[in-house]
Write a protein that binds this ligand. Structure first.
Ligand SMILES: Cc1cc2nc3c(=O)[nH]c(=O)nc-3n(C[C@H](O)[C@H](O)[C@H](O)COP(=O)(O)OP(=O)(O)OC[C@H]3O[C@@H](n4cnc5c(N)ncnc54)[C@H](O)[C@@H]3O)c2cc1C
Length: 412
């Protein structure tokens, strides 16, 4: 049964991932009435991006929250490395960046999101609807003016001055708005798994281990190795199944011999988590009354692990641009203009496109017959090239800062 929602909101953010949660926090701090809708009942999901980059830490520092985030369980990673034939070289070095936070903070994405939404909840103008799934937009005269969503109590309508779709790579908001991303071809998929970490293990931070064209990624999560193996797109998973779990375990051991005593933890090929690697991008990120950001606007490949940072950067750019129009809507009912939404896309299109181009270039090297070693950027080294890669991964292109004093000074 369709029940009328008794409350409306100024900004309705759909999707409590890094993009949506951060945007909701920033808008709440500036005094915007904001409702954040998340279809799950919690933020606990395995195999998500758990990296908080220096650029994101800078933004949190501006808000006076970086110190507080560091009180949550985390550990710091100063570089990304490559191990080939037992020899390590640095791919990207964050330690040499002359910045306040010269490292990547590894923190469970659920913990990060819990922290961000917890901060937002201190503002009375913020509302979080968990277990609430968007399924359509409301329209008046062709303009999006709210959403329809479902929760345990049934179906609801939520009128809103602006809807922001931040619902990830399979976005329902962009589909409801009639926006379709253009897929950019990528040659790989990825399987993910965990292996236990022992005190005697080498502490490698984030490393790619390479041998004979195979790539194993290992991320030190303190108590376990978050691990992934790249496979060819399309038939890769079928080939893995045909070869069987023993062959897969052998491959892992060939790439990382110290894991030989625990590859039995990989129970079967079906126990691996499969990631359909995508790179895509919307041509237009907005329709009247609605803006799309984060993975919903531009799905990133795992290369460099930059998706969370880009999502947060979109949120900062959107907040900088939209606080004033949203407060105008709140005061006088003035609709948020199309040009304000276009300004957000203009601001973020270049950084997104460049990073996607770099990711695809890195992935294409293999297709052209070169070695996986070349492809992974071996040779960036610990010198200036490693530092440059560190800056590119840690900050991306044109990193965002919070520019609106109402966000910076917002007190609950
Ligand atoms: C396996 C894997 C590993 C990754 N590793 C890394 C990494 O190491 N580092 C990195 O930076 N990035 C990594 N990424 C990418 C990163 O997770 C994403 O780029 C980032 O989370 C995008 O943030 P987002 O907020 O745009 O979307 P998402 O994080 O996808 O968040 C979207 C949110 O919207 C919610 N939602 C979806 N549909 C609805 C609906 N109908 N109604 C209400 N809510 C809805 C979802 O539940 C979700 O919480 C990884 C991605 C995957 C899949």
């Amino acid at each position: 049964m369709l029940e009328p929602e008794n409350r409306s909101t100024t900004a309705c953010v759909v999707g409590g991932g890094p993009a949506g949660a951060m945007l909701a926090l920033l808008l709440a701090r500036a005094g915007v009435e904001v409702t954040l809708l998340e279809r799950h009942g919690d933020f606990l999901r395995d195999f998500r991006g758990d990296t908080v980059h220096p650029a994101t830490l800078d933004v949190l520092d501006q808000l006076g929250l970086a110190g507080k985030l560091h009180t949550r369980p985390h550990h710091k990673i100063g570089s990304m490395g490559l191990i080939r034939a037992g020899r390590r070289s640095e791919l990207a070095d964050f330690r040499r960046l002359k910045v306040k936070f010269p490292y990547i903070t590894m923190i469970g994405q659920w913990d990060f999101l819990d922290f961000i939404t917890g901060e937002a909840a201190r503002y009375p103008n913020f509302r979080l609807l968990m277990n609430s799934s968007f399924h359509d937009v409301l329209r008046t005269d062709g303009r999006v003016c709210g959403i329809r969503y479902r929760d345990d109590d049934g179906e609801h309508e939520l009128p809103a001055g602006l809807v922001i779709g931040a619902d990830g790579r399979r976005s329902a908001t962009r589909a409801a708005a009639g926006l379709r991303p253009r897929a950019k071809g990528v040659p790989i998929d990825v399987v993910l798994f965990r292996l236990s970490l022992r005190d005697s293990d080498p502490r490698e931070g984030i490393t790619l281990r390479i041998d004979g064209g195979d790539i194993l990624g290992l991320i030190d999560r303190g108590s376990y190795w978050q691990s992934f193996v790249e496979i060819p797109k399309g038939d890769g998973i079928r080939a893995l199944r045909a070869a069987g779990v023993e062959a897969f375990r052998d491959k892992v051991v060939r790439l990382a011999p110290f894991l030989a005593d625990r590859v039995g933890e990989i129970e079967s090929i079906d126990a691996l988590s499969f990631l359909d690697v995508r790179v895509d991008r919307l041509r237009r990120w907005h329709v009247p009354g609605m803006l799309i950001i984060g993975d919903a606007a531009h799905c990133m490949s795992p290369v460099g692990g930059v998706g969370v940072n880009l999502a947060v950067q979109d949120a900062v750019a959107a907040a900088n641009t939209l606080v004033e129009p949203l407060l105008g809507y709140q005061r006088e009912g003035t609709p948020v203009s199309r040009s304000a939404l276009a300004a957000v896309q203009r601001r973020r299109a270049l950084p997104t496109t460049v990073i996607q181009l770099l990711q695809r270039a890195a992935l294409r090297v293999d297709l052209n017959g070169a070695t996986a070693e070349t492809r992974s950027g071996a040779g960036a080294g610990a010198g200036p090239a490693g530092r440059l890669m560190g800056r590119m991964i840690g900050y991306g292109i044109r990193p965002e800062r919070v520019r609106d004093d109402r966000i910076l000074n917002g007190t609950p």
